[in-house]
Write a new protein. Structure first.
Length: 364
């Protein structure tokens, strides 16, 4: 049976297991293990007085910083109060429409469609394909009745990713059918962006709408800040009309500009994840004898399957939690069953502790 805990539920998990929050290492939240940059920690206090003022109504300074970071014109960028606000606002532009969601996926996609009076169908990534997208099969699922196609890339929780060349094929089919494509790139900075980000396709496809978050790569979920990018002026105007003014705080605006400017930390984060991802996969290779399979990760987390029918992800979650290690039980996450679990990469010592705990559980 699924334990029901989300990656952010540290307080609830600590209470359930009679632990203090700082006694738990969370492998469930998928946040950058390098944390906030030293530069941010040293300089953020300079901006504390900004909370006595309203933020800029059009967030021009933040848009400029995002434009410099992404290379996308500031006029094509929409800042938001986390990616969740932007997902909801975008889907409300197609109220009552038909959405095709690539699954397994973040539950907010479905919730937003249903709350706007829309209808949802799912395109399931298959275990037999190692959860890699079969682009031809997806293209066959898109027709004139499709209003929105929703894709998380890299995919959460599988950590697989869709090549830019395949994304272009999807956009071409969407254009032929009159459908919009929402691509959630929350985890794209953890992978090879040249191969996987759809950012370079924005100028060619008005159907494309990309959303990113400051929560994961920049290790700042508490800022509640995300941004969207699109060349579609009609959609931008609709979204601006739907959003409340000043949804981003003055401090979040200043903090985001500071985080985006720290190029050294950004580079170090990408390099660390690439190195640790490879190291952890090598450790997981050693667990194949216990029946563990993992799916080739592109982001900062990995999806695994337990092969022993007498064991399951919920029991593994409980076993690890007794050692202060919190993984994600993926039971009921889309079409995933009780064999699947996910964890993100942390520092080497913590990752070694987790791999050791997984080995101990499987050997028991």
């Amino acid at each position: 049976m699924q334990n029901g805990f989300h990656g952010s539920d540290i307080e609830a998990v600590a209470k359930r297991f009679g632990m203090k929050e700082d006694e738990i290492i969370s492998f469930s939240s998928n946040v950058n293990p390098l944390g906030l940059s030293d530069r941010f920690r040293n300089e953020a206090s300079k901006y504390i007085n900004c909370i006595t003022e309203y933020p800029e109504r059009d967030y021009a300074t933040l848009r400029t910083a995002l434009s410099e970071y992404t290379g996308i014109p500031s006029s094509c960028i929409i800042p938001g109060n986390g990616s969740t606000e932007l997902i909801s606002a975008f889907i409300r532009c197609f109220e009552g429409g038909n959405a095709l969601i690539v699954s397994p996926a973040y539950s907010e996609y479905e919730r937003s469609v249903l709350s706007s009076g829309g209808r949802v169908s799912f395109f399931e990534l298959l275990e037999e394909d190692d959860f890699e997208l079969n682009t031809d099969r997806l293209l066959a699922s898109i027709d004139e009745k499709t209003d929105i196609i929703v894709i998380c890339n890299p995919v959460n929780p599988t950590s697989t990713a869709i090549l830019r060349t395949d994304m272009e094929r999807i956009l071409q089919k969407a254009g032929e059918c009159g459908a919009a494509v929402l691509v959630d790139e929350t985890y794209v900075e953890f992978c090879d962006m040249e191969k996987y980000s759809a950012e370079g396709l924005l100028s060619s496809y008005r159907e494309l709408f990309i959303i990113r978050s400051m929560s994961k790569f920049f290790s700042a979920p508490g800022l509640r800040l995300g941004y969207a990018m699109t060349e579609n002026e009609e959609i931008r105007k609709k979204m601006e009309a739907l959003r409340d003014p000043w949804s981003i705080s003055s401090f979040s605006e200043k903090a985001a500009v500071l985080l985006l400017s720290d190029k050294d930390h950004i580079k170090a984060s990408g390099e660390y994840i690439k190195k640790e991802r490879s190291r952890v996969c090598s450790l997981l290779d050693e667990l194949k004898g216990y029946g563990v399979k993992y799916y080739s990760p592109r982001a900062n987390f990995v999806l695994c399957r337990i092969g022993d029918e007498k064991k399951n992800a919920t029991a593994l979650f409980e076993f690890c939690m007794r050692r202060g290690l919190m993984i994600r039980d993926c039971t009921g996450y889309g079409s995933l069953d009780g064999r699947f679990f996910r964890f993100c990469f942390m520092d080497e010592k913590s990752d070694d502790l987790l791999i050791g705990a997984i080995r101990e559980y499987l050997a028991g």
